[in-house]
Design a binder for this molecule. Structure first.
Ligand code: SF4
Length: 291
C-alpha cells in the first residue's frame, strides 16, 4: 500500500505493524498540528485494507501488535472498523493487541457496548492528544472541543471496558511563563487518569502552521526551549503513577525516557544536570521552523 502523508506515530509503536485505514485526520483542526493539513480526509476502501493485510500474510508476516493509521483511525465508520478488526484477527494468529490514535470527542460518540466490542475484537490501547492540563489552552489551540474533565470522563469509560490509553503531550503548549502551571495541572490529570505511556513531543512552531498566526497577532508568546526542559522536569517530579515516559526536546537534541516507577530518580537527575549546565546565552532560544 502506498502511504499518503507524513508518518507520525509514537516511537513506542516502532515495532508495531502500521496498517493505514484512513488518509489524514477527520478532525484536522488543532492549531499546532500541520501533519495532515495538505490532505483531504478519507477512509480507505475495505478492499484496499484487505489487500494490504493479504500482502503481509503472503510475506509470512504475523505481527503481535497492529497499529491502525492515521491521525484519528478510531473515528472511521464503526461497521468498517469492526470488519477490519475481525479481518486482522483472522489473518494474524499472533496478534495480541491493536492500537490506534483517537480523539476524546470520538470516544464520546461510541456507546459502552461499542467500546466493549472493540476490546473483544482486540483493541487494547488508544493514543489520545491530551497535550496540556489547562482548559483555556485546549480552547486556544482549538483542540477537539472538549475540556479536561470530559477527557478524564471518556478515559474512565475506556478503562471500564479494559482499554488503556497513552497520552500525547506537548511541553511549551501553554506559552511563555505558563510552563510550571501547565506541568502542575497536567501531572494532576495524569495521576488521575493513569496512562500506560506518555509521549512528550516538546512543541515546535512552524511559520506556516495556523498557530503562527496567534504569535503574529500577539495572542501567544512562545516559551523558550530551555523553559520547555524546565517544564518537563517539573512534570516528571509530580507524576506519581507508574508509566513509561518519553520526553523529546528535539530542538536541543535532549531526550529523557524511562519507566517512572523504576527510573524516576535517574531521569530527574538527567534533567537536573542538563538544566544546571545549560548555557546562559541560549536560555531564550525559541526558534520558528521554516521548512
Ligand atoms: S487530532 Fe491529532 S492529527 Fe488531528 S489535527 Fe489534532 S493533533 Fe493533528
Amino acid at each position: 500500500m502506498e502511504y499518503e502523508g507524513r508518518i507520525c506515530r509514537s516511537p513506542m509503536e516502532r515495532s508495531a505493524y502500521m496498517l493505514p485505514v484512513a488518509v489524514g485526520c477527520s478532525y484536522n483542526g488543532c492549531l499546532f498540528c500541520g501533519l495532515f493539513k495538505h490532505l483531504k480526509y478519507r477512509e480507505l476502501p475495505l478492499s484496499q485494507i484487505e489487500e494490504e493485510i493479504n500482502r503481509v500474510v503472503k510475506a509470512n508476516g504475523n505481527p503481535e501488535t497492529v497499529f491502525l493509521g492515521d491521525g484519528n483511525a478510531f473515528g472511521i465508520d464503526y461497521e468498517n472498523m469492526k470488519h477490519i478488526l475481525r479481518y486482522i484477527k483472522s489473518s494474524f494468529s499472533n496478534c495480541k493487541r491493536i492500537h490506534m490514535d483517537a480523539t476524546v470527542t470520538d470516544i464520546s460518540h461510541k456507546t459502552d457496548e461499542q467500546l466493549k466490542e472493540m476490546y473483544d475484537l482486540g483493541v487494547r490501547l488508544l493514543y489520545l492528544g491530551i497535550e496540556t492540563g489547562l482548559d483555556d489552552v485546549l480552547l486556544q489551540m482549538n483542540k477537539d472541543h472538549h475540556t479536561m474533565a470530559e477527557a478524564a470522563h471518556q478515559i474512565e469509560r475506556l478503562h471500564k471496558v479494559g482499554i488503556d490509553y497513552a497520552a500525547h503531550i506537548m511541553t511549551g503548549i501553554a506559552g511563555k511563563g505558563r510552563g510550571i502551571e501547565n506541568a502542575e495541572a497536567l501531572a494532576k490529570f495524569i495521576n488521575q487518569t493513569r496512562p500506560t505511556k506518555i509521549c512528550n513531543f516538546s512543541i515546535f512552531i512552524h511559520r506556516h502552521a495556523a498557530m503562527y498566526k496567534l504569535i503574529e497577532k500577539g495572542e501567544f508568546v512562545q516559551a523558550s526551549e530551555f523553559d520547555n526542559v524546565v517544564e518537563g522536569h517539573r512534570l516528571l517530579q509530580l507524576i506519581e503513577v507508574d508509566t513509561y515516559i518519553d520526553n523529546m526536546h528535539d530542538l536541543l537534541e535532549f531526550r529523557v525516557k524511562g519507566n517512572v516507577g523504576r527510573d524516576k530518580a535517574k531521569m530527574l537527575k538527567k534533567y537536573e544536570d542538563y538544566i544546571a549546565s545549560f548555557p546562559e546565552e541560549k536560555k531564550d532560544y525559541a526558534p520558528v521552523m521554516e521548512w
